[in-house]
Write a protein of this length. Structure first.
Length: 384
């Protein structure tokens, strides 16, 4: 395990494309340069490289802000850089035209799970668990989450390619539990089929979005054992094409991001006579999305990250709980804070926004601007 590694400063060339201004934001730790992007200031060079020479981050597929000073990031291995490194390299693979998602030949399974502080400096690398992902035939880890109800703050890592979910102790020293079996996709009570996400109920139970192959949501009891499931493949109400994300909302609402169909809305209400499922009732399907990737629920709204893969248009969409679109924010695709997609996103207790780009291979930090419209900024996540 590597601790207290010093990050290297990445110097970015600021252009006038995709932003409106440039300011210095002073914190207790350091002075950060930000540029205005929407209602936020995008911190330039926030995530500090810590790789060995010749490598850059791989696809940043998951981000979770446990606190303002401990942010978990999972990456799909690191990217081996060409020799010599082309001009214009800014510390991340996408800066020299490498798409980490589609460059499997450059992927190396190292430094998959790590944490950084508020300044983007690496504080811990869980390289003792890299062997779990070694030689996977696919992109690998997909999401990282922590239950707000767990006093031990276990860390859940969803491994899409290996059909597994890992539960680690909060310090990363122990692998507490594994769901699924490596390289075995099956639809039963002990196996998974390209799982994508997890969500946590207040009573200690866990929901598993399973997933791209099994088209279902699994319910684990408070001891982590299989309890029941709902959903199946299809185009009807409560049927899935590709379960990609889960999020719980007020009044018993459950939102399921379906990468092909949109956002499914369920309500938790017990009815033993219900045909679909005695506890989760399908309410409606919100359509009109490109690829719905990740979800974030606040007290008053649902935020959806989507991308149009053909046009490479990443955006965040804000909806009320009736499905009305309140705001759409097109993320920049040019300039120093450019995106191809925001595969995962998270908000800390101060309202700072973290967005992981799985293709450009880096994670951004956006700080809310005091003069911006607060309705265009994400609040911390809703806890049922």
């Amino acid at each position: 395990m590597k601790n207290n590694l010093n990050g290297l400063l990445t110097l970015l060339v600021l252009t006038a494309i995709g932003f409106q201004g440039c300011t210095d934001t002073t914190t207790e730790e350091e002075t950060m340069t930000t540029i205005d992007v929407g209602a936020y200031g995008a911190v330039q060079g926030w995530l500090k490289p810590f790789q060995e020479e010749g490598f850059a981050w791989g696809g940043n597929s998951g981000v979770y802000a446990e606190s303002t000073d401990r942010i978990f990031i999972i990456q799909r291995g690191e990217t081996r850089l060409p020799t010599p490194i082309p001009e214009g390299f800014e510390g991340w693979a996408g800066s020299i035209g490498i798409n980490a998602l589609f460059s499997a030949d450059l992927r190396t399974w190292q430094n998959v799970i790590f944490t950084v502080n508020r300044n983007g400096e690496v504080t811990d690398v869980w390289d003792q668990w890299d062997h779990l992902f070694a030689d996977l035939d696919g992109p690998g880890p997909h999401r990282i989450r922590i239950s707000p109800y767990d006093p031990d703050r276990h860390v859940w890592v969803v491994d899409e390619t290996g059909h597994r979910i890992f539960v680690f102790s909060n310090d990363g020293k122990e692998l507490v539990r594994t769901y699924g079996e490596r390289d075995v996709s099956a639809n039963d009570q002990t196996h998974l089929g390209k799982p994508q996400d997890v969500a946590f109920l207040p009573d200690g139970r866990t929901l598993i979005g399973d997933g791209l192959e099994n088209k279902r949501v699994i319910i684990l009891d408070e001891d982590g054992n299989y309890q029941s499931e709902f959903g199946e493949a299809g185009t009807g109400l409560g049927q899935f094409a590709e379960v990609h994300g889960l999020a719980l909302g007020p009044n018993g609402l459950l939102f399921v991001a379906d990468r092909q169909r949109g956002v499914h809305v369920f309500r938790q209400s017990y009815d033993p006579a219900r045909d679909y499922h005695p506890e989760f009732e399908p309410v409606t399907l919100w359509e009109g999305f490109a690829l719905a990737l990740d979800l974030h629920v606040t007290e008053e709204a649902l935020w959806v990250s989507e991308v149009n893969p053909g046009e490479r248009l990443p955006r965040l969409i804000k909806l009320d709980f009736e499905g009305n679109r309140l705001y759409e924010w097109d993320l920049p695709t040019e300039g120093p804070s450019r995106f191809i997609e925001s595969h995962s996103f998270a908000v800390d207790s101060e309202g700072n926004l973290y967005l992981s780009d799985n293709q450009n291979a880096r994670t951004h930090k956006f700080i809310p601007r005091e003069t911006a419209d607060p309705n265009q900024q994400l609040k911390p996540g809703f806890v049922p």
